[in-house]
Design a protein around this ligand. Structure first.
Ligand code: NAP
Length: 312
């Protein structure tokens, strides 16, 4: 029998089309009366396709009594209740590895752009300020800086590999010590105190909520920079905005925010932050690879009850 699949979104048209060809695919974002839909289809749905940004709200999961599997586009799973999934025996897959390079590249891009003030420099040349006022103010060199990575996982390790040739010293903080030569710090505050650039590449969720707080920012200090490609929730955002306004830290490069896509308007008034719209994995190549992996996981489940890249 054809499996009924609920997609929370269009992961990408080509991959949604592939799934629609093989499965009885329903798009929740196109359903007007969701309650009526769940009354009719809820017990027939056995698979959900979602993304790191959409996750699976409890009120949807509760309406799917025969749900077997969730295949998610992205690696963050902070919006999927894994404990509830485990309690119900629901398996979950993500799309690791295929996005690691682009996210690490974005982290490095933000690091250089923030220290070298790429956006300000572009404006200086573009607006005529250069001709009018002479050279732009000097920026800060990446070479010789200490880079403190919070979360030395798949992405964190690739960031370290890319940063090393720029002449930075690398340290890290995480739940466990890794088999690497970089300095391990027992506490986040010690890492922030040591680092010139604090790089966030850990998961979001309850365990990391607001761990970058006023105290950590103060330890990073007035010559320090924060780069975040992890999750907005990892940072106490009002504390970050205050730290940027009062020059408690020198600057920040952010791909992720607390309230996406309606980010705090205070960011737009700051000239010491570079903003990127949660697009670290947003290349055609990577999004295609992620879409294919979502489809491959779903098909592997349908064919043989297995997932290629499970997390539970
Ligand atoms: P990963 O391989 O699981 O790495 C996560 C790392 O964070 C691990 O080293 C882990 O330590 C560490 N960690 C876990 N909990 C922690 C905690 N409470 N405090 C400090 N460190 C902690 O995952 P990944 O593939 O590198 O992805 C990392 C994160 O990047 C994702 O969860 C997601 O939030 C974010 N991300 C963002 C984008 C974007 O578009 N900006 C794209 C993809 C991913 P252990 O190894 O000791 O467990």
């Amino acid at each position: 029998m054809t499996r009924s699949v609920l997609a929370m979104l269009d992961v990408r048209p080509a991959y949604t089309a592939m799934m629609a060809e093989r499965y009885d695919l329903h798009r929740l974002d196109q359903v007007a009366d969701k309650s009526a839909f769940f009354d009719e289809m809820g017990s027939k749905i056995t698979a959900v396709v979602t993304s790191a940004r959409f996750g699976l709200p409890a009120e949807v999961m509760d309406r799917l009594p025969n749900l077997e599997v969730i295949t998610s586009f992205g690696v963050g799973y902070d919006l999927i209740d894994l404990d509830a999934c485990q309690a119900r025996g629901i398996r979950v897959s993500i799309t690791p590895d295929v996005l690691t390079d682009d996210v690490a590249d974005t982290a490095i891009m933000l690091m250089h752009a923030t220290l070298r003030q790429l956006v300000h420099g572009d404006d200086w040349a573009r607006s005529g300020k250069w001709a009018e006022n002479g050279p732009m103010a000097m920026t800060r060199s990446v070479r010789g800086k200490k880079l403190g990575i919070v979360g030395l996982g798949r992405i964190g390790k690739e960031i370290a590999l890319r940063a090393a040739p720029s002449g930075v010293e690398i340290g890290y903080f995480g739940r466990s010590r890794k088999a690497v030569d970089y300095a391990f710090f027992e506490s986040l505050i010690e890492l922030a105190d040591w680092a010139d650039i604090l790089m966030l590449s850990c998961p979001g969720g309850d365990a990391t909520k607001g761990i970058i707080d006023a105290q950590v920012l103060s330890a990073l200090g007035s010559n320090g920079f924060l780069i975040n490609v992890a999750r907005g929730s990892v940072v106490d955002e009002p504390a970050l905005i205050a730290a940027l306004q009062r020059k408690v830290i020198a600057g920040a490069g952010l791909d992720v925010f607390y309230n996406e896509p309606k980010i705090d308007p205070a960011f737009a008034g700051l000239d010491n932050v570079i903003l990127y719209p949660h697009a670290a994995s947003g290349t055609v190549e990577t999004r295609d690879a992620m879409g294919q992996l979502v489809v491959d996981n779903l098909n592997a489940w349908d064919d043989r009850g297995e997932l290629i890249t499970p997390i539970v």
